[in-house]
Every structure is written in structure tokens, then in C-alpha cells.
Write a protein that binds this ligand. Sequence first.
Ligand SMILES: C[S@@+](CC[C@H](N)C(=O)[O-])C[C@H]1O[C@@H](n2cnc3c(N)ncnc32)[C@H](O)[C@@H]1O
Length: 361
Amino acid sequence: MNKDLNAIQADRPDIITTEIEAIRFYRKMDTTATVNEMIAGKYVLVEEFYSNGLQVLNELRKNLLLKHQDKSFQGQRDYRAAFRKASHRLLLKVKDNKLTVKKAPDSGWLTVLYPDVSEFYVPFPQMQGMNSSWQWYEKGLEIKTLDLTLKPYYGTYFPTRFDHLKLFDKWLKKYEGSKENAIDIGVGSGILTFQLIQNGFKNIFATDTNKNAIIGVAEESKRLGFEDKITLNHADLFENCDVKADLIVFNPPWLLAKHALEEGIDKAMYYEEDLFPRFFEQALDHLTPEGKVVLIFSNLARVVDKESTHPIIEELQKHKRFRKELHLTREVRASSRRTKRRDSRDNEKVELWVLVPKVKN
Ligand SMILES: C[S@@+](CC[C@H](N)C(=O)[O-])C[C@H]1O[C@@H](n2cnc3c(N)ncnc32)[C@H](O)[C@@H]1O
């Protein structure tokens, strides 16, 4: 385990620690007037019950939808931006790392993420995010393929469908190469790393640009007893990695970003144009002579837009660095067997690519 991990501070929602001037909102107050004040730039503090905040948010949604009736992409984007801006002026008070309103859902993140401060104001939508994340963390995410339950850390990507894990599992069970060292790029909540360990890999070097992913996997490694097998690194791709691996695995973001990326979950979903070329260039330097690169990908971008490029196919066509050893696909099942998906995601497939260098190291 990486010794510098204690120095990493988790990313957490911004809070207000100074006294603020705010309208105090009680249940029987005029919601329309309150929302108009919020849109005009005033802070509103939720009093009495947590549900009072939900009431204000509902009214805000209605108000802004009336003003943003343009259903175009840009129109909807403008609506979301206006909602985001105004809704973040709705605040909850935290005292002794607990919400002061009654009947609020439990969120241990108020203690875990804010050890340095106990009294502050938190924007209501951020609190909703922490609440739902805490529920996943407490309950755990059962992954039958791995026969384990993960506790995803706040602000970390975790899968809700498992077809790609089954595909990887199928391939791993047949893998006959050396199992000395593997590198997991973009470790997320640790799933692929744990899968590698369960299948006999001895040392995993795992990286992620998301600090919370690294903190979360460090915690999970201890809980699952894998601590001595994993080295964690908060870094971009192979930065500070001097390992040569038998296997490099990467389940990258699947969609090309058309917006400036934010740190955190955004980078789990969307990639910048240079991510794949940088990955392939660096991967080449981190493989043993018999080493392989395994990428998990999806045709999602192509299902949504037929013209979109496929970064792995592009790499194989444009450069002479790697050749394709294997390409497996698996249909993505609807979340419920009874739900018949009739949308464009009907054709969605997950892909597993195994690439080997053309010139041996
Ligand atoms: C789709 S998620 C996959 C997470 C996990 N491996 C899994 O299979 O569930 C992609 C992960 O890659 C990370 N990531 C994105 N760009 C990265 C980069 N340049 N270097 C390292 N990690 C990166 C994201 O933060 C995210 O955790």
C-alpha cells in the first residue's frame, strides 16, 4: 500500500463556514415568493424539517421550467444551469456534523469528509448527493460475479450493470500467462483489481486521477484483506509507475467529452481527445515482453451517434504499436428481465479488447 495515502484529502462538496444572511424557510411560508428570492440571488435556510427543502426545490423546478420552455439541447442545458445555480442557494445547517433539521436521512459523510469542521452550511442538492452515496456505502453493492460486496466511497464511480465484469471474468479464467504484476488504470471502486487478485494475480499497481477513488480502494483493500497486494497511486495514467506488467487493464470512460471536464465522476464517464493516444503510448513502456493490454469498452457512443469514432479501432488503424489478439462482445441486458428496452440502447454491447505490442520490449 502506498505510504503517501494519508496525505490525500478527499474531494468533498463546498460548504459555507461563515455566518450568512439567509431567509429562514418554515413549512407554512409562501414557497413561490421564497423561490423568487432564491432566483434573485438570496440564500434560503431550510428550517424544521428536511422535507421543507424538497418542497422549495419542487417549486424552483416548476418556476424555472416555465421560464425555460425551449426543448432544444441548448435550451435544456440553460435550464439545468439555472436550476443548479439557484438550488445551491438553498442551505441546510450542520451542527456537530449532523443536520439540524428533523427527519433528515442519515449521512455519515458529514463526519467522514469534514473531520476539521463541525458547524457549517451545506447546499441542499449536495446533501442529497451525500445521502444517496451514504446509502450505497452503508448497504454495499453486491457483485455476484466476484462474490463480494463493495462499499463505494463518496464521489467514486461504481458500476450498476455487470456485463463487462462477466466478460472480463470469462477471459481471466482462461488466461494462462504470468500473474506476477498487473496494472489497473482508473481503479474506480476497485472492482477489476479485486477480480485480478481473486484470479491469482500477486501484485497490482492501481492508479486513478480521482482522489476519492484512491482513498476508497485503500479502505476496501484493508476491509477485504488485500492490502499487501495493492499499490495505490493518485496519478494520471502511468505517472510515477515503474512497474513492468504482465497485464495492463483499463476500463476507461466510454464517451468523448464535448464539454470541459470536471474532476471526479465526470472523468469516469467522459474522456478528452488525447486520453487514448497517451494511454497507448505509455502502456507500451510498461509491459513485459509477453505482456498484454486488456481494455473494457462499449459501443455506447456509436449507438448514440453512428459517426462517432472508436478510440481502440482508431489506435489499431493509425499506429503500428499494437495488434489485436482478441475482441469479445456481450450484449448488455436490461436491468430487469421484464423491462423490454425499446430505446436505442437496445443494441448496446460491452467489449473486451486484448492488444499485444507489435514490437516486443
Ligand atoms: C469507467 S471508470 C472504471 C472504474 C473501474 N475500473 C471499474 O471498472 O468499475 C473509469 C475510471 O478511470 C479514471 N480515470 C479517468 N481518466 C484517468 C486518467 N487519465 N488516469 C487515471 N485514471 C483515470 C476515472 O476517475 C474512473 O475512476
